[in-house]
Design a protein. Structure first.
Lengths: 274, 267
């Protein structure tokens, strides 16, 4: 009786995912191996092109580069905030938490639009700087890497801060206090006690940030420019501009494989640590 | 350096940081009440003109209606599918359980654009075609994992004693669920429902492949609108959306506490 009840409860979800998730992903893989009408390439040729052609290598490199830069900035700048959130006894704590969570509930489109208003040619920064005479011509702050990085970092900060602060909350504060009582200064305490104890959680947060960054699409589409091509955007272009289905499928499979490999590496690392 | 100075430094840093987090959101609200059509600073004075423009824009209202319908339905479907699945995963010990759990959560870990692309091929090749139904399916695939995660997360923390007792005392599975299990897992259900709704309502990478003019969603519409127009009616619709999110967050904070919500959503 147990088995049938268990199956009954699980089956609908499993069927939905197999039919509308696993099968489409599989179909995508099959499509990537088929020949295209345009170039008549078949088999692994699309993949060979992706991983040997200088342009596609550049795009892959840029995707990874964006991932590393954004992850680095997010973790390093977010760490003090996560630490503060975990350790503060301030009466304003609920306000801090509110300001950090609210962006999570707000559409990514609204946030990107906000950055356009701030960073655009006639935006807040440029119009203020022009008015006080600090610059003669507006600065190019969007439709380039600067705009993309600012917006992606902004989108991912709340995720990073919340995961960092939950890791730090898990560290017994008396360990830090003992280090201080034994004469270690705040910096020594941080680098020899707090940081080593939080590094595992940080690694998990960093992997997530990296994965979300290399998959980010809306921010790059809205705030990027001619030079800021990354894999997700290239996939979209193959469908809407070049109509090259097979190549889009191969790019999609490549992006998926990159994500899976990253997840596996993270899983292995976590296993070795624990 | 003294501890007091480090603390002061940290406080200043955190304040600057929070301003950075809030800036793009605050500016959108600000611009939506601006009288001028160009995005100029300082604003030309307070005005509701963009809300008036918005109320006359049928395409944007239609897309907002589509998005609300889509988010509500995909949330309901995800709850209907996800709650039983989560319960089964937590209560029944069987081989491969962890594998099935990871499988149910796996759509969360793949780049959404890949799922969108794969579904586009799927609906095209199978002849199902693009309709509201295909859009709904696409959204359920990415909202279902949130429900499974939040509900199973809460359910793991609850012992089976209460449920067993109810059964022993003669309650059937449905009665036990309704009077014992459901009240206990409600926070997980609420959190899952909220994350489902938000994920669906904001989604672009899946919708952009699966929408057609008549099934256009709000974020896809706003995005294409911004390509050709830059007027603040987008700011007005964003502000309304924001007000809605704030109210939801405030109500939830009152009921469950902000900390708990952030824990369920983090990661």
């Amino acid at each position: 009786m147990d088995i049938s009840r268990r199956t009954k409860l699980l089956l609908p979800s499993l069927i939905i995912l197999v039919v509308f998730f696993v099968f489409p992903i599989f179909l995508n893989l099959v499509m990537s191996l088929r020949s295209t009408r345009v170039n008549d390439i078949a088999g692994l040729q699309a993949y060979i092109k992706i991983f040997t052609d200088p342009y596609y290598l550049l795009v892959i490199g840029q995707t990874f580069g964006l991932g590393f830069v954004v992850t680095g900035i997010t973790i390093i700048l977010g760490y003090p905030v996560g630490y503060f959130l975990a350790r503060t006894t301030s009466s304003y704590k609920s306000i801090f938490t509110f300001v950090i969570i609210t962006p999570l509930l707000i559409s990514i489109i609204i946030k990107c639009y906000g950055w356009m208003l701030i960073l655009g040619r006639q935006g807040l920064i440029n119009s203020s700087l022009l008015k006080i005479g600090l610059i003669k011509n507006p600065l190019e702050l969007i439709y380039n890497w600067a705009g993309v990085i600012i917006a992606v970092v902004h989108v991912l900060f709340p995720f990073a801060i919340l995961s960092i602060s939950s890791v730090i909350e898990g560290i017994d504060i008396t360990i830090e206090e003992s280090a201080r009582a034994l004469g270690a200064n705040p910096f020594r305490t941080f680098f020899h006690v707090t940081l080593p104890l939080s590094i595992q959680g940080i690694a998990t947060g960093a992997t997530l940030t990296f994965l979300l960054t290399i998959g980010s699409f809306v921010t790059v589409l809205m705030l990027g420019g001619k030079g800021t091509m990354v894999l997700p955007l290239l996939i979209y272009q193959q469908i809407t501009v070049t109509f090259n289905e097979a190549f889009a499928a191969a790019l999609g499979t490549s992006l998926m494989m990159i994500a899976i490999v990253l997840l596996m590496v993270q899983f292995k690392l976590l296993k070795r640590w624990t | 350096m003294s501890e007091a100075r480090i603390n002061l430094g940290l406080r200043i840093y955190v304040t600057v940081f929070l301003i950075f987090l809030a800036a793009p959101i605050v500016i959108v609200v600000f611009v939506s009440f601006n009288a001028s059509s160009a995005i100029l600073f300082p604003p030309r004075g307070f005005s509701l003109v963009w809300y008036k423009v918005l109320s006359g824009n049928e395409a944007i209202l239609k897309s907002a209606y589509n998005s609300l319908k889509l988010a509500s339905l995909s949330t309901l479907l995800s709850l209907g599918l996800g709650i039983p699945a989560a319960m089964s995963l937590v209560r029944y010990k069987f081989t491969g359980r962890e594998l099935i759990q990871s499988f149910l959560l796996s759509p969360m870990t793949l780049p959404m654009i890949v799922i969108g692309l794969a579904l586009l091929f799927f609906f095209a090749k199978t002849g199902i075609g693009l309709s509201f139904f295909s859009l709904l399916i696409g959204h359920v695939i990415i909202t279902l994992p949130y429900v499974v995660r939040t509900v199973s997360g809460v359910y793991y923390g609850i012992g089976e004693e209460m449920e067993e007792m109810a059964m022993v005392l003669g309650a059937g599975p449905w009665r036990t669920f309704w009077y014992v299990t459901f009240p206990a897992i409600r926070p997980g259900i609420v959190a899952g429902a909220i994350f489902s709704f938000i994920t669906s309502f904001d989604n672009v990478p899946i919708s952009i492949f699966l929408t057609r003019t008549e099934t256009n969603t709000l974020p896809v519409y706003i995005m294409s609108y911004l390509v050709y127009n830059f007027d603040p009616s987008v700011a007005a619709v964003s502000t309304l959306q924001l007000a809605f999110a704030m109210i939801v967050l405030w109500v939830l904070g009152k009921i469950y506490g902000l900390k708990k919500i952030s824990m369920m959503g983090g990661g």
